[in-house]
Write a protein that binds this ligand. Structure first.
Ligand code: TYD
Length: 220
């Protein structure tokens, strides 16, 4: 059994996940923790190639099942190459997105349903679940405004990872609803940060959740 602590960040595009994850990692390292940071899709050489295939806006209409398979292929590689070795070495692994993203985006957004995602997770990831998931989910209207702002930025800075960002409001509504469903189903693992506080406030809330969770984890 892995002895490290596995923490994931989740949320809609533009939720501030990546910024908050960076702040938390800085805080953990300053507290003397050994942290391995990664993200999905990507993070390994194979995964980065899968990432560009998945996110490139020039990738035309992959079948939802093909998209689902690629997400899990990426994840299997990340588990083998990064996540499991780091957990076995006792590190804290901080991963930007994991299987909850697949359940929300492919299960919810693409309407493949939760069951197939959870079944694939069992088979391809040995059912490994995060010890803690921080879900940044302000209300739907605020989430959409942030996602749009980010899309406008991406359109001008030349980043070509916009395939998901081009999805419409109905898609994002389904992703949002699925995230809420996951949080309701797993209230202990998934901590929802739903306020619209400042960067600093949200960071402080995340730190206090992490301190409490790590303490309980290490006392086990
Ligand atoms: P990411 O680069 O993390 O973007 P963001 O900064 O918005 O979080 O993720 C890229 C996109 O990939 C994002 O729109 C969500 C999507 N995605 C899925 O659809 N399924 C998955 O399993 C994962 C990991 C990501």
């Amino acid at each position: 059994m892995p002895k490290g602590f596995f923490l994931t960040f989740e949320g809609l595009d533009g939720s501030g996940k990546s910024t908050q994850s960076r702040l938390l990692v800085g805080w953990l390292e300053a507290s003397g923790e050994h942290v391995r940071v990664t993200r999905q899709p990507g993070g390994t050489r194979i995964g980065d190639r899968i990432r560009s295939l998945l996110l490139d806006s020039k990738t035309e209409s992959p079948a939802p099942m093909a998209e689902l398979g690629l997400m899990f292929a990426d994840r299997a590689q990340a588990l083998a190459e990064i996540i499991l070795p780091a957990l076995n070495a006792g590190s804290i692994v901080v991963c930007d997105r994991f299987t909850d993203s697949t359940e929300a985006y492919q299960g919810g957004g693409r309407q493949l349903g939760s069951e197939i995602v959870l079944r694939l997770h069992e088979t391809m990831c040995g059912g490994l679940m995060p010890d803690l998931t921080v879900l940044l989910l302000p209300d739907f209207a605020a989430s959409l405004v942030r996602a749009r702002r980010r899309n406008e930025r991406m359109a001008t800075d030349g980043t070509d990872e916009g395939r998901f960002e081009r999805e419409g409001q109905d898609f994002y509504r389904r992703v949002f609803d699925k995230y809420r469903e996951i949080a309701a189903r797993e209230p202990v693992r998934v901590v929802v940060i739903d306020g619209d506080g400042s960067l600093e406030e949200v960071h402080r809330r995340i730190v206090s959740v992490v301190i409490e969770c790590l303490r309980a984890f290490r006392a086990e």
